[in-house]
Design a protein. Structure first.
Length: 478
């Protein structure tokens, strides 16, 4: 038995209902601070996508304006891995809370500045350069934002409720995107397209400042999660997390990246690209497209926390498997419904894609941090997640827009999702089941299931033969 097993809590674990009032307040602050920062991130992505036509008119005059606008979004994602490489290891050395404070500042300022940038008509070619600089800083900061928030949430949550608590982080994602869609749509109704072109597209970006300020205030009140503090006191943290990560946990990084291909193509397809697809490709009005997405996002927000709670009961992998297989089988039929005549069929098609996506999002922030042990958790999550996101997530809108414009193949987004489902399914297969497992040890959660079972744990996904339901291939690489 490893030294870290001495620190494992009792087989009964900890439940939210049995926590002291002070600990429950701390958990609520952790959830609020993490989720609101994530909402700010996705409010920015949503706004940028929903006003992309007007950004294109302001900064990229010409027929390729919208494609260039999304290309700039994709270019900003190149800086996410750089942020992950810098901020992830730093978070494993100096703490999660410090990085969360830094990232919310670095996200809020450039997003707000986009709302006051001069246009191409005023500054010429320097205008899109300034826009790119803002996107680059924002991209760098998000390289540590989501990883930090997910790791903080996972380490703060009780083992038995990590899926439920973690689902609130993704509730922030949906709330930020829905708020962006609602604000932009109401603004469009009030001022019209001419008013948006005249400069009203800037207002949603300026709203980021008060939202980011609230998130910063909440995060400054947070303490380090107990798992990280305990690892620090036991001297289980490392001064060189980057080296330890790639020497001992390269397999975990690879399977995380494979899963994130599906997670992010699906996420950016639904949350940022779909309004453009509905309006530019299928000819719907902007108002109709945005309100349709708001309805879908509202439905996703209703079911995400119950799904997160479900994964605490039946495990993460059954839900993830169902989603990945669903994307492979149902993406093409769903997009055929989206292209069909009639609002009912279109909403059904969107609903299928949204349901499959919300199943992934319901437990992602509980699943991915638990792949790694405490001393390299932030580094592994931030680096692996952001490399995959930069290559596949941030390019989703640009790739789909380019292919459809060049070929006229309007079902390409569905084919793209099918391919992502296959890759994601491979990554999920090699995950350890981590539902209910403690994550405060120096070894990857799920790798000590046999010992935990001997200690009296009733482990989800652990069969009667004393081995995990998954193959030996799912064991850590070191």
């Amino acid at each position: 038995m490893s030294e870290s097993d001495e620190k494992i809590p009792t087989p009964d674990g900890i439940d939210i209902k049995t926590m002291p009032p002070g600990d429950r307040r701390t958990l609520r602050r952790a959830i609020s601070g993490s989720a609101l920062g994530n909402a700010v991130e996705w409010f920015d992505y949503g706004v940028y996508s929903y006003v992309s036509v007007y950004i294109a008119n302001a900064f990229f005059p010409g027929e390729w304006g919208v494609a260039l606008t999304f290309a700039f979004l994709a270019l900003s994602f190149v800086f996410r891995p750089l942020g992950g490489f810098v901020l992830g290891p730093l978070g494993d050395k100096v703490g999660r809370q410090h990085i969360m404070v830094l990232t919310i500042i670095m996200m809020t300022i450039p997003t707000t500045l986009i709302g006051i940038l001069p246009t191409y008509a005023t500054l010429g070619a320097f205008a899109p350069i300034l826009l790119l600089l803002c996107r680059m800083v924002q991209g760098f900061s998000t390289g540590g934002e989501y990883g930090g928030a997910a790791v903080y949430m996972a380490e703060s949550a009780p083992d038995k409720r990590r899926g439920f608590c973690g689902s609130f982080l993704e509730l922030g994602t949906l709330a930020g995107t829905a708020s962006a869609a609602l604000v932009c749509t109401v603004l469009l109704v009030l001022v019209g397209s001419d008013g948006m072109d005249a400069g009203w597209w800037r207002l949603p970006f300026l709203l980021t400042l008060p939202l980011g300020g609230i998130a910063l205030w909440l995060r400054m009140k947070l303490d380090e999660p107990e798992a990280f503090s305990a690892a620090t006191s036991r001297q289980q943290t490392t001064k060189k997390p980057f080296r330890e990560l790639f020497r001992g946990y390269s397999k975990q990084i690879t399977m995380l990246m494979a899963f994130v291909v599906l997670l992010n193509i699906g996420q950016y397809m639904v949350l940022t690209y779909m309004p453009t697809y509905l309006s530019s490709t299928l000819g719907h009005s902007e108002v109709e497209s945005n309100f349709t997405l708001v309805i879908v996002l509202a439905a996703m927000m209703v079911v995400i926390t119950p799904l997160g709670r479900l994964t605490d009961t039946i495990g993460r992998k059954p839900v993830l498997y169902t989603s990945a297989i669903g994307f492979i089988i149902l993406s093409v039929p769903a997009f055929l419904l989206i292209q069909a005549e009639g609002a009912g069929l279109q909403i059904l098609g969107l609903g299928i894609i949204a349901l499959l996506q919300v199943m992934l999002q319901s437990c992602v922030s509980a699943t991915l941090p638990a792949i790694f042990p405490t001393q390299v958790r932030f580094s592994g999550f931030a680096i692996g997640y952001n490399i995959s996101t930069a290559i596949f997530g941030g390019t989703t809108a640009a790739v789909n827009t380019f292919v459809i414009q060049k070929t006229g193949f309007e079902l390409f987004p569905a084919v793209y999702l099918v391919a992502a489902g296959v890759i994601g399914l491979i990554g999920i297969h090699f995950f350890n089941e981590t539902a209910g497992r403690p994550i405060d040890g120096a070894t990857p959660p799920g790798s000590e299931d046999e010992e935990l079972a001997e200690m009296g744990y009733d482990l989800i996904g652990f069969n009667d033969n004393g081995t995990d339901d998954d193959s030996e291939d799912a064991q850590p690489s070191r």
